[in-house]
Design a protein around this ligand. Structure first.
Ligand code: PLP
Length: 451
């Protein structure tokens, strides 16, 4: 693969269809935020200028994907769309059992309800919030084992998504037979979208084999993780991204996958495994909640679009552009005085709100204060990943997730400009208090009030 010799980050696509974005008056934004209970999840899309809430299901599909939609086969069982998808997933992952689901958390729910008995322990580099919620809902105990540098936003290290191997050894020893599953989340979303090295995947895999514990990947961002291994891990620069991805999957017993990320589809997911016994349980549970095993809660056309998207996500020109454009975003924010998690992650830039607004204590939700201010200032929607999302969190972050193939460099420059003006008045930001909250995943629907 030829390295790109130019300074300019050129989008590896041209634009075929455009969608206008709304521009609101500051008073309209103030009214919208107040109506939304100061929870950015409750804003209407037409109230948002640049939507960086999530990179999940918000990507632009390619012309090939739109064409594949038209070819979608809506047969209830054994559709050609399903055959195409199954073949692509077999090729990319090598897993013999492939189950379609409507999105990542459906895979997590099926897995949790079938193979995580009450009291069982699940070890993960860092559980994503829906993974944790599903494990806990099944009565399991979700334990995070991130490396120490994952909790230090200022530390630049190539693989801050790794699992702490000493902590894994200790947990396997301490919990013994109670450990039902070990997972690695690639990339580690809750720890800043940081990648996991192949060396770490190998080490975790070996320990799981020795302990006789199944090892799964949360492969939502498998292609981005493989790209980071390609560019950062010694010895992998001569490997293709597809071969790296395949090796990651080969080291595991299965995966959950939200295809709304590296599948570059608006809806879809997968649950795959090489464990015959677990596959049987998964299939039965899938039929109960998602539908037949050849469509899993999706239309045939969705399966076709996913088959194309999973292949496109492994294109090195696309992955290079994606990584470089996110690094550009992080560097731009830093240059205007906004502290960000180092180094830039694979799908998002994380503002270190704890460092930007150190005068706001965690109990007053500094991340939410920064996220609301970004909206009020420039109509930018982000998400707090700190004490609101994870009570007791050690980090107070604001995630600016970058949808795939949606925004151009000028959109990013606008966000940097808005963040610059916010950074200048950061000392005047005030915290928030929670007025109303649901029993779990409170950040989605909590109501807040400014202090
Ligand atoms: C790492 C990770 N796992 C699982 C999920 C859940 O996937 P979904 O939103 O498709 O249910 C997400 C979603 O953001 C994620 O980032």
């Amino acid at each position: 693969m030829e390295p790109w010799p130019y300074r300019t980050i050129i989008e590896p696509f041209r634009i075929k269809a455009v969608e206008p974005i709304p521009f609101l008056h500051p008073n309209e934004r103030r009214a919208a935020l107040s109506r939304a209970g100061h929870n950015l999840f409750k804003l209407k899309a037409q109230e948002v200028t640049i939507d960086l809430l999530t990179d999940s299901g918000t990507g632009s599909m390619s012309a090939s994907q739109w064409a594949a939609l038209m070819e979608g086969d809506e047969s209830y069982a054994g559709s050609t769309s399903w055959q195409e998808l199954e073949a692509v997933v077999h090729r990319i992952t090598g897993f013999p059992h492939v189950l379609p689901v409507h999105q990542g958390r459906a895979a997590e729910r099926i897995m949790s309800r079938t193979v995580i008995p009450p009291g069982a322990v699940v070890l993960n580099n860092t559980h994503f919030d829906t993974t944790r919620a599903n494990v806990e809902q099944a009565g399991g105990v979700a334990v995070d084992l991130p490396v120490a540098e994952a909790l230090r936003p200022e530390v630049v290290a190539p693989f801050k998504g790794d699992m702490d191997l000493a902590a894994l050894d200790q947990a396997l020893e301490e919990h013994g037979d109670k450990v039902a599953l070990v997972m690695l989340t690639l990339t580690n979303n809750a720890a800043g979208g940081q990648p996991v090295s192949m060396a770490n995947i190998e080490a975790v895999s070996a320990r799981c084999k020795q302990a006789g514990v199944p090892f799964f990947l949360d492969a939502a961002r498998f292609a981005e993780n493989a790209w980071f291994i390609h560019v950062r891990e010694p010895g992998y620069d001569t490997w293709s991204v597809a071969d790296i991805a395949r090796r990651m999957f080969d080291l595991s017993d299965g995966c959950t996958m939200s295809a709304k990320k590296d599948g570059i589809v608006n809806i879809g997911g997968l649950l795959c495994t090489r464990l015959d016994g677990w596959a049987e349980k998964f299939r039965n549970e899938l039929i109960l909640g998602e539908g037949f095993t050849s469509y899993g809660g999706l239309a045939g056309r969705d399966l076709s679009a996913m088959a194309v998207g999973l292949t496109e996500a492994l294109d090195p020109d696309y992955l290079r552009y994606r990584q470089r454009s996110i690094a550009y975003f992080a560097k731009g924010l830093q240059q205007v005085g906004v502290p960000v998690v180092q180094p830039a992650g694979g799908h998002a830039v994380f503002i270190d709100a704890g460092a930007l607004a150190p005068h706001i204590p965690p109990a007053q939700l500094p991340g939410q204060a920064v996220a609301c201010a970004l909206y009020l200032e420039g109509g930018i929607r982000s998400v707090e990943i700190g004490s609101l999302m994870f009570p007791g969190s050690r980090l107070e972050l604001v995630r600016l997730a970058v949808p795939r193939r949606v925004y151009t460099q000028s959109h990013v420059d606008y966000v940097i400009e808005i963040a610059e003006s916010l950074a200048k008045r950061a000392p005047s930001l005030r915290g928030y208090r929670i007025v109303k909250e649901p029993p779990f995943l409170r950040h989605f629907s909590a109501e807040l009030a400014p202090l």
